[in-house]
Design a protein around this ligand. Structure first.
Ligand code: GLN
Length: 494
């Protein structure tokens, strides 16, 4: 298999044994970017020069006999809503088109420190609002499994880059599914960690009580390795959890006999694509054959997840995005304006895309005096009900299993109506609303060859057990070993 299609842990082993240099690996990935990026369009900014310097530095440190962290020399793509000092951070928005942050996000600083090689900043739905990358202000990213379809979103660029071999691993952010759904659409592993497990410092905020950063990788071991690097307390993020970080590779390979897996029946609602439901049910049977004890679970309030998310997320977004007024942050109009208010109005009207404007309006409405109690406060109360449902499920089960996405990767333009796009997140959103961790992993392909993902969830900070079960399934099922068929014309083997 071509270098760019291999996993980080395999490559790390080759690097450690000096059978491969970081520069060779970096060149292989940059070569792949050159070959396929015109078709995939995963990157807003490719950081070729930075990457080469970083790779050289890793080789020099290794040559000097230094004992390097596990992911040193591994090419990593960063979603373009995380701050980096050496490349713009655009959020795929005209608002921040030329913005270069004066500091690194904590996750970026950690990856830099660990010797990761930054391939570039990946495309997303503007300010992470969307499920397909079609809301990017710059261009749409294509799904490497079928270039006429969406890679999912909002972390579609990170997912497409990893699936196409344009990065070995990637960082995404997940507010309502933006890591897991693209992972599912691109046949990758994507983890949304427990809220507070990973620092949000330097992540451009969308909805602060829901946002989490996490990995997009080709297998579960890579997710564990990247999480080991990302997780942990950060004094710069007051919501980051001050508790020990276990080594997430430790439980990989342990058998899962006796682990109780609940299948929440409400998640297989009408409207789930039958091919998705079949693949997920087959995966659950496979988990059972590995010794897990499977039973039906119930989360009766889960149908409120989507409507309450679309109150809470836009409310928080309307507040977070108020800072982009063209004064300190954001695009400033060049048209003559009479006063400050007009400056704000004109600058914001010119630069926010339609979906972001829609959310700002919904959020401002829901937070306004007179409506706050009826919408925002009520949504927060429903959120508590949702949490209680999940707490109850976890009294009975260790893990829950259900589809990541109710549908297969869709064609561009197929979900032009915003409500139908929102519906695509029905399976992922409740997880953010309650703050638990959940992972999406490949569980098969449709008759047309499109990837399908199963979602596994666990209670707060139970990532070790979550990845233990995910790994057991992955290793027995083997779907993670397939690569997107971009074809020889794209410069590499399929
Ligand atoms: N698709 C969801 C939305 O549009 C979730 C996005 C995300 O997780 N960033 O809000």
């Amino acid at each position: 298999m071509e270098l760019f299609h291999r996993t980080a842990h395999e490559l790390a082993e080759l690097l450690r044994r000096k059978e491969l240099s970081a520069v060779e690996l970096c060149d292989a990935v940059l070569g792949r970017i050159e070959a396929v990026e015109p078709r995939v369009r995963a990157y807003v900014t490719v950081m070729a020069d930075v990457a080469r310097e970083q790779a050289k530095a890793v080789d020099a440190r290794r040559a000097a006999g230094e004992d390097l962290p596990p992911l040193a020399g591994i090419p990593l793509a960063v979603k373009d809503n995380m701050c980096t000092v050496d490349a713009p951070t655009t959020c795929s928005s005209k608002v921040l088109e030329h913005f270069v942050a004066p500091y690194d996000a904590t996750v970026v600083a950690r990856a830099r420190q660990a010797g990761c090689v930054f391939t570039g900043k990946t495309n997303l739905d503007e300010f992470a609002m969307g499920s397909s990358t079609e809301n990017s202000a710059f261009f749409t990213t294509c799904n490497p499994w079928d270039l006429e379809r969406a890679p999912g979103g909002s972390s579609g660029g990170s997912a497409a880059a990893t699936a196409a071999g344009e990065a070995i691993i990637a960082l995404g952010s997940d507010t309502g599914g933006s890591i897991r759904q693209p992972a599912s659409f691109c046949s990758l592993v994507g983890l949304k960690p427990t809220y507070g497990r990973v620092s949000r410092y330097g992540l451009v905020a969308f909805a602060s009580s829901l946002d989490q950063i996490g990995p997009l990788t080709k297998d579960v071991r890579d997710t564990a390795l990247l999480m080991n690097l990302l997780a942990g307390h950060d004094p710069m993020d007051s919501t980051s959890a001050d508790r020990p970080v276990p080594d997430l590779t430790e439980l990989l390979g342990r058998d899962i006999r006796g682990i109780r897996i609940g299948v929440p029946k409400e998640f297989f609602a009408e409207g789930t694509d039958p091919e998705v439901a079949n693949a997920v049910h087959a995966a659950i049977r496979q988990l059972e054959s590995l010794g897990a004890i499977v039973g039906e679970a119930s989360t009766p309030t889960v149908s409120y997840g989507l409507p309450t998310y679309y109150i809470i997320a836009p409310s928080e977004a309307s507040s977070n995005l108020a800072r982009f007024d063209g004064v300190r942050y954001g695009h400033r109009t060049s048209k003559p304006v009479a006063d400050n208010v007009e400056l704000y109005e004109q600058s914001r009207a010119e630069s926010f895309g339609p979906e972001v404007q829609r959310r700002i309006m919904i959020g401002t409405y829901a937070l306004s005096a007179g409506y706050y109690d009826a919408y925002y406060l009520k949504a927060q109360k429903v959120r508590t009900l949702l949490k209680r449902d999940f707490d109850k499920v976890f009294e009975q089960f260790d893990i829950i299993a259900w589809p990541t996405s109710p549908c297969l990767p869709f064609r561009f333009g197929e979900r032009g109506d915003p409500l139908s796009m929102y519906m695509a997140d029905v399976c992922t959103i409740p997880v953010n609303m309650v703050g638990i961790p959940a992972v999406s992993l490949p569980c098969g392909f449709s008759s047309g060859g499109l990837p399908i993902g199963i979602q596994l969830g666990a209670s707060y900070f139970e990532e070790p057990k979550l990845l233990q079960v995910a790994y057991a399934y992955e290793q027995s099922a083997g779907f993670h070993a397939r690569r997107a068929p971009l074809g020889a014309s794209c410069g590499g083997e399929a």
